[in-house]
Design a protein around this ligand. Structure first.
Ligand code: GLN
Length: 498
């Protein structure tokens, strides 16, 4: 029997608006499913059981009133729809831990802009999803609140750092979730969990209310079951915000997927450098088959070169920790979250930070502080910035020849929990294909294109020029109208009662 939680976002919106279900029924169904699955998956850090049902009832009342002649219905496209938010974004009244002990008790008094915009359109925030501490990681193993398990295989990671959001969407614990992508954290978990994830152009969605990691790289993105669902949320959260100094002065983008279908005149670039050694053979095969599907839809396929791709890992792992070391200085035990009182101010700082930051966070702070320190800044941070410019010019040159780039998201499918324990460099190398888009600030979309022999999802990403989210989503949507990978869901019947 089909469950309300089987609906995708667009179907849920439809079912609510034509009265097939109520917000209470839908929300209750999600909460019940979460209660069954959460002990196994650990996708959430905080859930708002009581608050959510009260909001659902309120939404149902608003809808009933609007049917009797009110006008709310037209202004609230997500009225009564539950959504989840990565725990690095502020949601008023719900604690924001960023996956860290140092923010265990921090309850923001305001909403992030992206959250505020979802609320204004009627969405209900069901909870905060698990993340690597301060979004630093590729597996959620760096969360102080335990690892999230991949719904396709409980021994595997869901990817990271938005692993909780990806696992929650894949397991149908929520129809859609917000994530953030600083170096791949929306696309890679989307790929590992078999869902669709959009990384927006830097500046397209406000960073106001996002706990900063790498400020020149951080972007807010969306994870959903398919492109149409992701587009619905993207349309609501994007657009200029004066509270974020790097927010782009662009009119609000409004993606319409109705026209997508044939891909005549779309030139797709395949970068040689994204298909080198280290790429799992099954990933390469699935991605190349997906490229053939694009070709069969009318796209022109071109081989291109992105010669500075190999420097993305060292460049990113200097710039991101350098920015993080500055951003994380504010967590001093005085302003936010818990404090470990020392005999003097210095002991309070070092005690709080030493005890409450996790290992990877401390490693990044030390790396970043070193890269910025007097005498080394030019050699490390300065040099990394110069090479970042070369990576940006790879994209600029590519987009003179092609409209978009198609490539794998990650070199492998979801790896085993613990596979990279004790070897941070091998973990960093997992990010090789996602980091360049962040260094260039361009948008990307990841979506499922097959499975490996272990039954784990394989993802492909499309990367486009700045502010071309619409074009990327329209091409990815065309792919999804002729293929069924995005409709596959993990078998969780061992855990769920039905
Ligand atoms: N895995 C990368 C890192 O550890 C990217 C994380 C992200 O995008 N937030 O920094």
């Amino acid at each position: 029997m089909s469950q309300p939680t089987d609906l995708n976002l667009n179907q849920a919106v439809q079912a609510l608006s034509n009265g097939e279900t109520s917000s209470r029924e839908l929300t209750q169904a999600y909460l019940e499913r979460i209660d069954f699955l959460e002990p196994e998956l650990n996708a959430f850090v905080t859930l708002d059981h009581d608050g959510v049902l009260a909001q659902a009832d309120k939404a149902d009342q608003v809808r009933a009133a609007s049917k009797n002649g009110g006008k709310e219905q037209h202004t609230a496209p997500l009225l009564g729809v539950p959504v989840a938010i990565k725990d690095v974004l502020a949601v008023k009244g719900l604690r924001a831990t960023a996956g860290s002990k140092i923010l265990e008790s921090f309850v923001p008094p305001y909403d992030a802009t992206a959250v505020e915009r979802l609320r204004q359109t009627g969405a209900i925030i069901i909870g905060k999803t698990n993340t690597d501490e301060f979004a630093m990681g590729s597996s959620t193993e760096n969360s102080a609140y335990g690892v999230t398990h991949n719904p396709w295989n409980m021994r595997r990671v869901p990817g990271g750092s938005s692993g909780g959001s990806a696992a929650a969407v894949a397991a149908r614990m929520v129809p859609v979730a917000l994530g953030t992508d600083t170096g791949g954290s929306v696309r890679q978990p989307a790929s590992f969990c078999g869902v669709t994830g959009l990384k927006t152009t830097y500046g397209r969605v406000s960073r106001y209310g996002l706990i900063a990691y790498g400020s020149s790289l951080d972007t807010v993105g969306v994870l959903g079951q398919n492109v149409a669902d992701v587009a619905l949320i993207y349309n609501l959260i994007n657009g200029h915000d004066e509270r974020d100094a790097t927010s782009a002065q662009m009119p609000q983008d409004d993606t319409n997927l109705n026209g997508s279908g044939r891909l005549q005149d779309v030139r797709v670039g395949i970068p040689d450098e994204y298909f080198r050694s280290g790429l799992q053979a099954e990933v390469e095969t699935a991605v190349r088959q997906a490229i053939q599907v694009l070709e069969s839809l009318g796209a022109e396929i071109h081989t291109i070169q992105m010669p500075h791709t190999q420097y993305a890992v060292p460049v990113y792992y200097l710039i991101a920790p350098a920015e993080a070391s500055a951003n994380l200085a504010r967590f001093d035990g005085l302003r936010y979250g818990p404090r470990l009182e020392g005999d003097n101010l210095r002991d309070t700082y070092t005690g709080t930070r030493g005890q409450l930051f996790g290992r990877e966070t401390k490693r990044r702070i030390m790396l970043g502080t070193y890269a910025l320190s007097a005498g080394y800044q030019d050699a490390y941070y300065g040099k990394a910035q110069k090479v970042r410019t070369l990576i940006q010019s790879d994209f600029a040159r590519a987009f003179e020849k092609v409209d978009l780039i198609a490539a794998p998201v990650a070199p492998t499918t979801a790896f085993e929990i613990g596979a990279h324990r004790g070897d941070p460099l091998s973990m960093y190398l997992e990010d090789i294909y996602t980091l360049p888009a962040n260094l260039a600030g361009v948008p990307g979309i990841a979506f499922p294109v097959g499975f490996d022999s272990q039954g784990l999802p394989i993802g492909m990403q499309l990367i486009g020029p700045h502010f071309q989210e619409q074009m990327l989503m329209s091409v990815a949507h065309s792919y999804q109208t002729t293929t069924g990978w995005h409709t596959m869901k993990p078998d969780l019947s061992m855990i769920t009662p039905c």
